[in-house]
Design a protein around this ligand. Structure first.
Ligand code: PEP
Ligand code: MN
Length: 286
């Protein structure tokens, strides 16, 4: 098929060099030869929690902070996130630490609100095929972190990215986070093939979410190193100051000490593959 009629013609690798997406106040590079680390809690729970985690991560050199203000929960009775208040807390963390903010947007109507606070708009696994949402984030010029649907093929993921690109936004970061399988001992089946395959098929950056892939904190370190060795451009990892008390996804969250060990391990693997982890040390006022 000729490139100009291909279903994901803009996402297609063709002869294009790697796309590098620049994120946040420090313009952190995601894609190309860099390896990026995004870390933070599943959900913003309160101001002290989020600012404490942000300070801890920033002092380790982490440059990008995740945290959900709008949470897509399986049960409507579960904690849904703090909404606008959560966004305000995230923005305060950015002002305090200089970290770039990654947070999820659930609906097209909420894109302007989330875009006013975030540095990266996250489209979650449950919304990968929400085409109106993809068009809405595509109408902005903001970086978009697009997670693979938990039952989606690689072609469907690339076509979802194509919606954003075709709407005029070139700043798409793909994220593999595992797919549904029959195995109950882990949350998702994490497919390492996808990383080199996507690197081959597309010029877009490819990162991995080992936390939602594994669903267990004890697996996160190894899965992360494997992903970086396989060519991932970075990781988005859940980190909590007190995982046992986390309101959402505590079982898969690293504590701050484990996060520091992860950053060191990722940097070592990145260096073994001719790259390095993007880190800038900074001490943030307590
Ligand atoms: C998340 O990152 O908190 C999240 C809900 O992820 P996913 O969409 O991959 O389940
Ligand atoms: Mn989560």
């Amino acid at each position: 098929m000729s490139t100009d009629r291909h279903p994901y013609r803009n996402a297609l690798r063709a002869d294009r060099p790697d796309t590098v997406v620049h994120v946040g106040p420090a313009r952190v590079a995601i894609g190309g030869d860099s390896v990026a680390l995004i870390a933070g809690p599943c959900a913003v729970e309160d101001r002290d929690q989020l600012l404490g985690i942000a300070r801890g991560l920033r002092s380790q050199g982490v440059q990008l902070l995740r945290g959900g203000a709008f949470k897509p929960r399986t049960s409507p009775h579960s904690f849904q996130g703090l909404g606008r208040e959560g966004l305000e807390i995230l923005a305060e963390a950015r002002d305090l630490t200089g970290m770039g903010i990654v947070t999820e947007v659930l609906s097209p109507e909420e894109v302007p609100l989330v875009a006013a606070y975030a540095d990266v708009l996250q489209v979650g696994t449950r919304n990968m095929a929400n085409y109106r949402l993809l068009q809405a984030v595509g109408a902005t010029d903001m970086p978009v972190l697009l997670k693979r649907g938990m039952a989606s093929t690689i072609e469907e993921l690339l076509c979802a990215a194509e919606y954003i690109l075709a709407a005029g936004n070139p700043n798409v970061i793909l994220c593999e986070r595992g797919v549904r399988s029959f195995e109950p001992l882990v949350r998702s089946a994490f497919d390492l093939n996808v990383i080199p395959l996507l690197r081959h098929l597309t010029h877009l950056p490819v990162i991995v979410d080992p936390s939602h892939a594994a669903g267990r904190s004890d697996l996160v370190h190894g899965v992360s190193l494997g992903a970086v060795a396989a060519g991932a451009h970075g990781l988005i990892v859940e980190v909590h100051d007190d995982p046992a008390a986390a309101l959402v996804d505590g079982a898969q969250s690293l504590d701050l000490e484990q996060a520091a060990a992860l950053a060191d391990g990722v940097d070592a693997v990145a260096r073994a593959t001719g790259r390095k982890l993007g880190r800038t040390r900074s001490t943030v006022a307590a």
